[in-house]
Design a protein around this ligand. Structure first.
Ligand SMILES: NC(=O)c1ccc[n+]([C@@H]2O[C@H](COP(=O)([O-])OP(=O)(O)OC[C@H]3O[C@@H](n4cnc5c(N)ncnc54)[C@H](OP(=O)(O)O)[C@@H]3O)[C@@H](O)[C@H]2O)c1
Length: 354
């Protein structure tokens, strides 16, 4: 039985993926408590309102969201014992999106947020269950826990510890082991998250965007990648579909890869589409040019195809790359590659009447 004052506890709401999970939860009319890094709850609320202003152009979108100042790197999430238990007792679900997605942190730094932070959210869910709350747990991981694997990277894998490209992959892999200890936990593994499948909208111009921009603007004179390498991109709304699908099916546990699978293009196919959209001729694929794209270089040399199976059961269909690339580039232009704000429609317009 859900308590009347139950909430979905969400981390990472100020980030790219978490903000769109929040958007969907609000559109569904679900009560949310967002754990936000801040000195106090008032500052947490201001941070959520700032997010609402730059995302939906309306600070009141988050008026009903409980803003809780919390830090997954601190004991008890930085809450006092009473507030911690009071929130835990109401947690119908926990969606853990918070992480550091930097590729250049030391192992200790990445571990502190990605592994220890996940451990604390699992402990929070355990406490919630002790207090009688359902605490469905959905953890956002990454398909790159497969590291430098090649061939088919399955939802049931990796079976042995992979070779990792960086501390991000290594610590997200360890975090999965922590989360898997929680009975019934679900783990979502997105590949490279890009803009919305319908509008191309993104607030996060990292990973694939800097090389893409350099390519279509002519700054890069060649494609800095092996022609046959695989580039698996997943639109952010498909990640949200999987997260919310898992909230709706509390008995579905284990890993769901939010990826493109067989629909993922090779680097050559991707570059051709990008150049065609920019009205430029295709250039050569030159793997040795990858050093021109810095920390992103390892992600243009991927030889794994991520298994796409369980997300299909949740109703997700990968979008054709021929449709996606023009949408991503048009939005990137409209948003001046992150320098200009492009608003999304308010989720409250679609909220069910109560
Ligand atoms: N973006 C991708 O391409 C991609 C691909 C695969 C998987 N993922 C996964 O998706 C999840 C979300 O990634 P994202 O792209 O949305 O990242 P993001 O935009 O950088 O957002 C990260 C979020 O985590 C929060 N956070 C960081 N440290 C925290 C702490 N100590 N306590 C509480 N909150 C903290 C950040 O809060 P502040 O605002 O306070 O910094 C922010 O809200 C991550 O688990 C990531 O591994 C992302």
């Amino acid at each position: 039985m859900l308590r009347e004052d139950h909430v979905t506890v969400l981390t990472g709401a100020t980030g790219f993926v978490g903000s769109l999970v929040l958007e969907r939860l609000l559109a569904r009319g679900e009560p949310v408590a967002a754990l936000v890094r801040a000195a106090d709850d008032a500052e947490a609320r201001r941070r959520l309102e700032d997010l609402a202003e730059r995302t939906w152009g309306d600070r009141t979108v988050v008026a009903d969201v409980e803003a809780v100042a919390a830090d997954v790197e601190r004991d008890r999430l930085g809450l006092d014992a009473g507030s911690y238990d009071a929130l835990a007792a109401r947690a119908a679900a926990v969606v853990h999106c918070a992480a550091s997605i930097r590729f250049d942190l030391s192992l200790d730094e990445a571990h502190a947020i990605n592994v220890d932070g996940s451990e604390r959210m699992v402990a929070f869910a355990e406490r919630a269950r002790e207090l009688g709350a359902a605490a469905r747990f959905v953890h956002v991981s990454t398909a790159y826990v497969h590291g430098r694997a090649s061939g088919l990277a399955r939802e049931t894998g990796p079976v042995a510890a992979p070779a990792f490209r960086n501390t991000y992959e290594q610590t997200k892999h360890r975090a999965e082991a922590v989360v898997a200890r929680l009975e019934g936990a679900a783990i979502v593994r997105p590949s490279i998250v890009v803009g919305d499948s319908r509008s191309g909208w993104t607030s996060s111009f990292n990973v694939v965007y800097p090389p893409l921009r350099a390519l279509v603007s002519g700054v890069l004179e060649v494609v800095p990648a092996p022609a046959e390498a695989i580039l698996d991109l997943v639109p952010v709304d498909h990640v949200v579909d999987v997260v919310c699908g898992l909230l709706d099916q509390p008995r579905l546990a284990g890993v769901v890869q939010a990826v493109s699978g067989d629909a993922a293009p090779t680097m050559e196919q991707f570059a051709r589409l990008a150049y065609a959209h920019a009205g430029r001729p295709m250039t050569e694929c030159v793997p040795s040019a990858a050093d021109q794209i810095g920390v992103y270089a390892p992600y243009v040399d991927v030889h794994a195809r991520f298994e796409f199976a369980r997300a299909a059961e949740l109703g997700v269909t990968p979008v054709a790359i021929e449709q996606l690339v023009p949408l991503l580039l048009d939005h990137a232009d409209a948003a001046a590659w992150g320098r200009r704000t492009v608003l999304r429609p308010s989720p409250l317009q679609a909220a069910p009447a109560v």
